[in-house]
Design a binder for this molecule. Structure first.
Ligand SMILES: C[S@@+](CC[C@H](N)C(=O)[O-])C[C@H]1O[C@@H](n2cnc3c(N)ncnc32)[C@H](O)[C@@H]1O
Length: 350
């Protein structure tokens, strides 16, 4: 009976002369069957040795290429080689984000938007674009703070001073100008052992929500943060963030403003108020840089937000408090709006 062999059947036994069966040499590209691994097509021990040698050479070549690539990667500054997604993935903040997600599980961005819209409609402020609601994502804020810690805030770098900014055990004060439901404030408290993290929000419904969330924070989340030192003191103030009677944020280490919808007037008031900040203070704004020559933009890049993406500006104050107020980029509209707002209330923890 004639023998048959399916494609995945191993080759027949040798006939004693090293010959398995008569076939074209394994390295003859014109006749080799490329669907079958070369080692299985080998008919002689010599063919097998050739296959093994080729595989060794291929592997050596691949290893060499990998080594060259790794060397190129090490020599090139990380910022130039990594795209934003890679930077985000490299953060390793998953357990911190899990705590944050737990705290806000019943407060997706839609809740903040709805509270904001209802209050704006009820108070005839629906045309006030500076009050439009949106949220920075946890990872975007995490990456911005990470950059401050590992790059711009290093001791002696830029205006960061000999102790640096956000360095190990340094604490510091975080402020969110227009804190909404409080997400960036809690995120900051989870991400870094700030001495305090403070939010100031002009809309009552949003501020009241952050006070509600403060209860959940105090009720267990705070103790799970585990920075290994005193828990961050978290506070929320109701009122105009530009009114220092509502909350004086001149002791800030990091100020954040989700300023995409802030108009030029508000940005200039913000820049004016920021003259009180100490040299080295980091100011993070979205879409618009702070219009003040005494803040140096350290970097600006597009990052994901709740509504899509926006440019994040990381700036640093280069002058001492009230060092050079004339450096504010002047505009006639700056004085057209008064301080507004009043102290409406305050909640703290820590
Ligand atoms: C885009 S939301 C950002 C919310 C939050 N910071 C975040 O990123 O998740 C901007 C917030 O700023 C508030 N806001 C606008 N002008 C303000 C002011 N002068 N003082 C305090 N809050 C203000 C708005 O009501 C709004 O809740």
């Amino acid at each position: 009976m004639a023998s048959t062999r399916s494609e995945d059947t191993p080759p027949a036994a040798t006939d004693g002369k090293g010959q398995l069966e008569e076939k074209a040499p394994v390295h003859d590209a014109s006749t080799a069957d490329h669907t079958v691994p070369a080692a299985l097509q080998a008919k002689t021990k010599e063919d097998l040795a050739k296959v093994a040698q080729t595989l060794r050479e291929d592997a050596t070549e691949a290893m060499e290429e990998m080594r060259k690539r790794a060397a190129r990667y090490r020599e090139t500054p990380k910022e130039d080689t990594d795209d934003l997604t890679a930077q985000m993935e490299g953060l390793q903040v998953d357990s911190k984000m899990a705590l944050y997600d737990k705290l806000f599980e019943a407060h997706p961005v839609a809740i903040g938007k709805a509270i904001s819209k209802t209050e704006r409609d009820e108070t005839d402020q629906s045309g006030n674009s500076t009050l439009v609601y949106g949220e920075i994502t946890f990872k975007t804020l995490a990456l911005a703070l990470h950059k401050v810690k590992t790059k711009y805030g290093l001791p002696g770098v830029g205006s960061s001073g000999p102790a640096g900014v956000l360095q190990e055990g340094s604490g510091g004060a975080f402020y969110d100008i227009g804190s909404g439901t409080g997400k960036p404030v809690f995120a900051a408290a989870i991400l870094h052992p700030f001495h305090k993290a403070v939010g100031i929000e002009i809309l009552e419904g949003l501020c009241a929500t952050s006070w509600e969330l403060l209860k959940a924070w105090d009720g267990g989340i705070r103790d799970r943060v585990g920075h290994g030192q005193e828990p961050t003191k978290v506070e929320f103030f109701l009122g105009d963030a530009l009114d220092m009677n509502v909350c004086d944020w001149s002791d800030a280490t990091v100020v954040f403003a989700n300023s995409t919808c802030f108009d030029d007037t508000l940005m200039r008031r913000l820049a004016s108020a920021a003259t009180a900040l100490k040299k080295g203070t980091i100011f993070i704004t979205l879409t618009k840089r702070l219009p003040a020559a005494y803040f140096k933009v350290l970097e600006h890049d597009m990052f994901p937000m709740s509504w899509g993406s926006a440019t994040v500006y990381i700036s640093q104050k280069t002058t001492a408090p009230f060092g050079d107020p004339s450096a504010v980029e002047e505009d006639s509209s700056t004085s057209s709006q008064d301080g507004g707002g009043s102290v409406g209330g305050r909640k703290t923890t820590g």
